[in-house]
Design a protein around this ligand. Structure first.
Ligand code: PMP
Length: 395
């Protein structure tokens, strides 16, 4: 389509601007099964780019569960959960999530993104106030926009800033909702959950915490950051995904019976969309059983995280307490060049650039199934590349 097209020409102009800023992105094709090693554009690489923290997405037991459910129930659930799309398998998964999270109930959505959109927009409207951490995931931010509530952001993990906003604005609104990632997905640090809970209580606010990168990784039983901070029985709305440590697809909300019952009646991204496929549901259920039966996977993950952090901690490592390790670089060009160099050496760890994040970085996701040799190999090549790129000013 030519730039001169009076109606759609703006698309090409916008794309040219994106490319000029080094913000242009394209998917890379993986042709092998998910795992610590994948085939990317025909090259075998060690995978430090996935969110498959426990290495379950390629686990035989999840694959078998998905195949068995497909054979029994078919490929699609064929309708919304409130019409023809509900199966006992969905309920089994919801009960397993509630058991893991130690909540009264849970509700499974088609993705974590939809869980956030649907939950936030169901529990707040234009009479309400939403306060969100500046670094929150896109789904929390867009859920807030969709709700029609007044939305304010506080500086990342800055409790004084949050308190100030509450003191100024809380009294002008009916309900108030504070939203936060539990593990910040592009940094790897944690929210200050006990303090947030105390502030929420003081100002009569609800608190929604997104455990997408916490579930399966943190907490004694792998339930997430809520468990890590011993806040399991606190009044919280917990959202999460089935697509990261649980190796499947879908999202969920866990909380009180009343919350879940309300969402079944008011969350439009749950009511008006097709129920999760039998395969995805069964795979996630199998993953929760494995997560609970095999704590050694989580222990191995933390062993790998420690090994990487202790070797690379002095390389502009963004403060992290999770399986996400980010290393800052001066600009998008440096980050891209570093990502390319790592890839050429057989290690897949992508450059993350604005507008996704405020500053450019290499993002490393650690897996329980990375071998000591793979971790050591990555450390060596990373140190070599980092010295080269962070020292060069002409990139
Ligand atoms: N929340 C956070 C913090 C995430 O990182 C993601 C996925 N990138 C989501 C929600 C969305 O989850 P899903 O991929 O299941 O839509």
């Amino acid at each position: 389509m030519a730039n001169s097209d009076p109606i759609y020409g703006w698309l090409e102009t916008a794309l040219a601007t994106i490319k000029k800023a080094n913000w242009y992105r394209q998917p890379k094709t993986i042709t092998s099964q998910s795992g610590a090693t994948v085939t990317l554009n025909g090259q075998s690489v060690v995978n430090f780019a996935s969110n498959d923290y426990l290495g379950l997405a390629g686990d035989r037991r999840l694959i078998d569960a998905a195949i068995a459910a497909t054979k029994t129930l078919g490929t699609g659930s064929t309708g919304s959960r409130l019409t023809s799309g509900h199966r006992q398998l969905h309920r089994d998964l919801e009960q397993a999530i509630a058991n893991l999270k130690q909540t009264e109930d849970a509700l499974v959505f088609s993705s974590g993104y939809l869980a956030n959109l649907g939950t936030i927009s169901a529990i707040t409207n234009k009479k309400d106030l939403i306060l969100g951490d500046q670094y929150n995931h896109s789904s929390l931010k867009n859920g807030a926009k969709l709700s029609g509530a007044t939305v304010l952001e506080y500086d990342h993990n800055n409790l004084d800033a949050l308190r100030q906003l509450l003191e100024t604005h809380r009294q002008n609104y009916r309900r108030c909702l504070i939203t936060t990632d539990s593990v910040f997905s592009m940094d790897g640090d944690l929210c200050l959950l006990p303090e947030l809970l105390a502030i929420a209580k003081e100002f009569s606010a609800m608190l929604l915490v997104d455990e997408a990168h916490g579930t399966g990784v943190l907490g004694q039983k792998g339930a997430g950051v809520v468990e890590h901070f011993h806040c399991t029985q606190q009044p919280l709305i917990q959202v999460g995904t089935l697509s990261k440590a649980l190796g499947s697809l879908g999202g969920y909300v866990a909380g009180s019976k009343a919350l879940i019952d309300f969402l079944r009646n008011r969350a439009s991204t749950w009511i008006y969309t097709t129920g999760l496929s039998p395969a995805d549901t069964a795979a996630a259920l199998a993953a929760i059983h494995i997560l609970q039966a095999e704590p050694q996977r989580r222990q191995q993950l933390w062993e790998n995280i420690r090994q990487l952090k202790s070797a690379l901690g002095n390389h502009e490592l963004v403060p992290s307490e999770s399986a996400v390790l980010c290393f800052g670089l001066a600009n998008p060009q440096q980050a891209l060049a570093m990502g390319d160099r790592l890839l050429a050496a057989g290690f897949f760890a992508p450059a993350i650039r604005p507008p996704t994040v405020p500053t450019s970085r290499i993002r490393v996701s650690v897996m329980a199934t990375h071998s000591p040799q793979q971790i050591q190999g990555f450390i060596e090549i990373f140190q070599r590349c980092f010295a080269e790129f962070s020292g060069s000013s002409n990139l």
